[in-house]
Design a protein around this ligand. Structure first.
Ligand code: ARG
Length: 271
């Protein structure tokens, strides 16, 4: 299996906190170790660097505790960047910060017409844009994504509030392969996934409950929460090399490695 060099955008969790609850993982009364969150995030960044990937950073903004979840900052494919529109007012101000970063970095910018939480819900796999809906990204945004990027969109209906973003229920391992938690999807969407990805890895609830599916693959190495031991074993059986990371503090906000990582797909050549 060949690894593809990646270019990622990340945001240091300088102002990370759990001050509000917009998903079932978040409990504002539970303690969060902000320094540990930073150290865990730095370790994730180091793992990417050690794998030869490029990590770009956007400056964190005070008062935006969830800005560390860069996957929600946009969708970037073939040099085009679609900005985001958050469902919840607590995250609204992150959108212009990420938008400005894409503009400065020279991406062709598009603005969302509906709620769209970026790569949290939109994943490119097998020539399709897999697009989640049900909790955050509006179904109406899927048509705009297809129009902007020119990849057929496959709408996937999420049904379990703990797996509120597509990237908490499904991970793309390489062009042909995904891993997912079937129960996180409606019966019709499960049938679509079986049809598109007959060889997919099926994760267990135990793996999903530690956000094991919130993983980042370069086609060969898969970076995932170290607590997702069953999933890691299944991936190794398939020939992937797994790298466990501990993001226990960020998980208190409902995020894992993938949430912290936005893939920047520059041009066709480097996809
Ligand atoms: N607290 C954040 C939220 O609920 C977590 C976002 C996680 N990001 C992701 N790509 N799943 O919006």
């Amino acid at each position: 299996m060949d690894a593809t060099r990646q270019r990622f955008l990340m945001c240091r969790p300088t102002y990370f906190a759990v001050d509000y609850a917009i998903n079932p993982w978040m409990d504002p009364t539970a303690p969060v170790d902000a320094d540990l969150a930073v150290r865990q995030w730095e370790r994730l960044r180091q793992v990417y660097r050690d794998l030869g990937h490029t990590v770009e950073e956007i400056a964190p903004v005070a008062g935006l505790p969830d800005m560390v979840f860069a996957a929600n900052g946009g969708t970037v494919i073939d040099g085009k960047a679609m900005a985001v529109q958050f469902r919840d007012p607590q995250r609204a101000d992150e959108a212009p910060a990420y938008r400005a970063w894409f503009e400065a970095a020279g991406f062709e910018l598009y603005d969302p017409k509906h709620v769209n939480e970026g790569e949290g819900d939109i994943l490119l796999a097998g020539g399709h844009l897999l697009a989640g809906t049900g909790f955050r990204t509006a179904h109406a945004s899927h048509a705009q994504l297809q129009e902007v990027f020119g990849y057929p969109v496959i709408t996937l209906q999420l049904v379990d509030p703990r797996f509120y973003h597509l990237d908490t229920a499904l991970t793309v391992l390489d062009e042909q392969t995904v891993a997912y938690l079937p129960e996180a999807f409606s019966p019709g969407s499960q049938a679509v996934l079986r049809r598109l990805f007959p060889d997919a890895v099926h994760a267990t609830m135990a793996d999903a409950e530690v956000l094991g599916l919130n993983a980042v693959s370069d086609g060969r190495h898969v970076v995932l929460p170290e607590q997702a031991t069953d999933l890691a074993g299944k991936l190794r059986d398939r020939g992937y090399q797994t790298i466990g990371v501990d993001l226990s503090e960020l998980r208190k906000a409902g995020g894992g490695p993938k949430c912290c990582t936005l893939r920047l797909r520059q041009g066709k050549a480097s996809r």
